[in-house]
Ligand binder design. Sequence first.
Ligand SMILES: *Cc1c(COP(=O)(O)O)cnc(C)c1O
Length: 429
Amino acid sequence: MPSSTTIDPLSRRSFLRWSQGLFAALGVAPALPVFTARAETPNDSDDYYAKLGVDTIINAAGTYTYLTAAIMPAQVQRAVAKAALHPVVLKDLQQASGAYLARKLRCEAALVTSGASAALTLATAACIMSANNCRPDQIPQEVWPGKDHPGMKSEVIVQKAHRYEYDHAMQLCGARIVEVVTIEDYKRAFSPNTVMTNFFNSAEAGEIDRKTWLDIAHSHSVPCHLDAAADMPPIENLWKYTGMGYDLVCFSGGKGIRGPQNAGLLLGKKHLIDLANENDSPNSDAVGRGMKVAKEQIVGMVAAVDWLLEQSDEANQAEYLRRANTISGILKDIPTLSSEVFMPEIANHVPHLILAYDPKVVGITPKQVQARLQTMRPRIELNPATGTSGRLGTHSNENTIVIGTWMMQPGEAEIVGQHLKTVLSNPKA
Ligand SMILES: *Cc1c(COP(=O)(O)O)cnc(C)c1O
């Protein structure tokens, strides 16, 4: 066998000629170096967190993007590893996974996107194409008015209270946001330039409810997108909003659905999902080209939906509550400490443990506890609402520790309880 150093100086063709001659002379089958994709159990040399010196954490926060959100269930991890073994034609996989998900999730059509934010961008591009009858390569530069073109229909109507960081995902397509407050504002806001409306499902404020919002848009024949990115559980949300008539609905794949973190779902009407698809990778002259979803993540997303549909919301909630009770039980003797379990209404609709105490008596503030837990091993990340007011309505303030229990793994609630007890009992350590 020639070593690679002897191959390098030769061109590929001359190597082939040379090697064929050699194999013919030797009368043996070519044994060229081959890449074999293996699906073995990971061993220590595969542990790149260790190699890179990046600490793994106990996630006592929730499905936060900055904490890499959820861990995929074992059956999803296996499906991802299996998908990595073979190439496929990407468009075939996109089409087949979309059709499968649409059947399972009771909607006309579905697309696996690189996350909810990408789903919102592709939804916007689809609505711009639908309203203007334009091509993907015109978005966004011909959507904006320019010296040599008038610009296109590009208005997206949004309630003022629903403005959020993800507006950027729509603006990426050249869309302009038209803010409304009252129902009267909303009715007046529709114009020939309107391409879609966006409803931020878990917004806590806003005068117009989601049914009225939808009905008024549809009376103007304008499609509605609903952002339900973090609104899992309950499982039925996967068909609730498309079932109500929302034309497009997005979910984050890596939050409560527990798929790959860089995946998401866009669900809805077939003609719009088809247009979203035209704006997506692998099409290159398109706004979604950089929002590629690899075969592993497409398969992982489908496998995560299959996993989720086998789950019971009640059983999961009971387990999250058990973890909360385990932690509060360990801390029961900390002076002034009281505990409450709080379920946010729509996004992150799971039990959160809120521990309130008097920092003057205990000798350490919740923010200081949070910082101490980050220096201990294993490193523990508390919910970012810890020590702040306003993030969980009136349920958190500067005197509360907030814990999301749903992303913990078996045995971790006990560790979190013990470490919290150590810190709260030794405030000056
Ligand atoms: C998390 C989130 C997103 C973004 O989801 P990704 O899957 O990370 O892109 C969009 N909208 C809302 C309301 C979210 O909570």
